[in-house]
Design a protein around this ligand. Structure first.
Ligand code: NAI
Length: 434
């Protein structure tokens, strides 16, 4: 089975390497030649645990290839996946589909024989049909079907998610396309991973509805965290008690600085826009987005309060910049809202992150300093703000931290620590909803 993966980013590279692991012959194509050159040299352009070994193994096995040219690989392909970015379109919140449509148009003229063109990018309802129209327009004689196969992997555990998915969703219109996709995913039968076959529209909407629901869970518990602060309850216990109910489930019920990343912020906005385009409103998701924005603002206020009412001229050590641990992805990370607000009020911000600092440099204000080590970030700090719960921040040597710092303010925006432990080490502890 010959597979072409258009887009060698977080999703394309992981999916491509995993399909190769399944036994397919995969070519990842990207329009950034430097990305392809790096991959050919064996350098992985993103940080994702285990990806370097997976890629190396499949390249060595002759199953995984990289190319900046579409023509050759597309001509040989049985399946072509479009896994390019679908960022928020500037100005209106809609998903920007220009990369998807460009890919569809570019590939059309190189098709040979029957090919299944699969949208793997997260795209609004109707996109698969538009891809179909564009390919047909560019190549009237092509034999192809369009399918939708949304991706549910999470950065940081992407390979495990892909190889052991909760489900695979296949939106198809023909038995032939379904059979080809099922053949590609056949190794998952061994682990009895459920495959849900739907129409194109349902597959497209499943992805948005799932992400909006998860984002809503986060905003919900963040709203509850405010209630906890007002009433003296502990949001960790409240979430635990809620999550023990099988109908609710314990995942995505962690109060914190608000969701970020490359998916939830853009996919919630896109869902709202899809509803509007159909004359509907998506009030729950609108509230989710609003609560998330106010949660980030609330974190800034929380830090200010912990510092005695003003962050001006205070040195704040921020541990963690990426939107979650085990990724270098800075897209829409809460740090991008919280750090500028602190710097704007005159705080001296010194940040540390195991993987995200290179990316963060171009995105955060110039006044933010980056420390090579965690200890350097903590040196003479008035406050420590734990913003992303990387493992190395979960087991801090509190005595040493205290020795490095000049102040004793400990703001734990991920509720990692127990209050008694931190206070016993001489800190003033602030958390979220506890
Ligand atoms: P990304 O930005 O990391 O990668 C996209 C890649 O596509 C880039 O390397 C870009 O150069 C390339 N590209 C764009 N147009 C191209 C073209 N015409 N030909 C060849 N290459 C082209 O994006 P990411 O994060 O991989 O996301 C891709 C899609 O997957 C998005 O729709 C996203 O919503 C969805 N998704 C992302 C997840 C994530 O955790 N990052 C999880 C599930 C879905």
């Amino acid at each position: 089975m010959n597979v072409v993966m258009i887009g060698a980013g977080y999703v394309g590279l992981v999916s491509g390497a995993c399909f190769a692991e399944f036994g397919a012959r995969v070519t990842c194509v990207d329009k950034q030649p430097e990305r392809i050159d790096a991959l050919k040299r064996g350098e992985i352009p993103i940080y994702e645990p285990g990806l370097d070994d997976l890629v190396a193994r499949n390249v060595a096995g002759g199953r995984l290839h990289f190319s900046s040219e579409l023509a050759g690989p597309v001509a040989e392909a049985d399946l072509i996946f479009i896994a390019v970015g679908t960022p928020t379109r500037r100005g209106d919140g809609h998903a920007d589909l220009k990369y998807v449509y460009a890919a569809a148009t570019e590939l059309a003229n190189h098709l040979q024989g029957y090919t299944v063109i699969v949208d793997k990018s997260t795209v609004p309802v109707g996109t698969a049909r538009e891809v179909q129209r564009l390919v047909r327009k560019a190549n009237a004689d092509a034999a192809f079907d369009v399918a939708s196969n949304p991706e549910f992997l999470r950065e940081g555990s992407a390979i495990g998610d892909f190889l052991r998915p909760d489900r695979v969703v296949l939106g198809v219109e023909s038995a032939r396309a379904e059979a080809r996709l099922r053949e590609l995913y056949r190794p998952l039968n061994l682990i009895e991973a459920p495959i849900l076959v739907t129409d194109l529209e349902s597959a497209e909407l499943i992805k948005y509805a799932a992400n909006a629901f998860l984002a809503t869970k986060i905003s919900f518990i963040n709203e509850v965290s405010q209630l906890c602060e007002a009433t003296g309850a502990d949001v960790n216990l409240v979430a635990k008690g809620m999550g023990m109910d099988g109908r609710i489930g314990s995942k995505f019920l962690h109060a914190g600085p608000g969701y970020g990343g490359s998916c939830f912020p853009k996919d919630t906005l896109a869902l709202i826009r899809i509803a509007q385009e159909h004359g509907l409103s998506s009030r729950i998701v609108e509230a989710t987005v609003e609560v998330n924005a106010s949660q980030k603002a609330r974190m800034v206020a929380k830090i200010r309060q912990a510092l005695g009412g003003s962050e001006a001229d205070k040195r704040i050590a921020v541990l963690g910049l990426t939107f979650k641990p085990e990724t270098d992805d800075m897209r829409d990370a809460p740090s991008l809202a919280i750090l500028p607000a602190l710097a704007d009020k005159g705080a001296e911000v010194v940040a540390h992150d195991p993987e995200g600092m290179e990316e963060a440099r171009g995105l955060l204000p110039d006044t933010v300093r980056y420390a090579a080590t965690m200890e350097e970030a903590l040196e003479d700090a008035d406050a420590l703000v734990l913003l992303t719960e990387w493992n190395q921040y979960r087991g801090l040597d509190l005595t040493r931290v205290r020795e490095h710092m000049r102040g004793n303010v400990f703001v734990d925006l991920r509720n990692v620590y127990e209050r008694a432990l931190i206070e016993a080490a001489g800190f003033a502890y602030t958390a979220v909803g506890r």
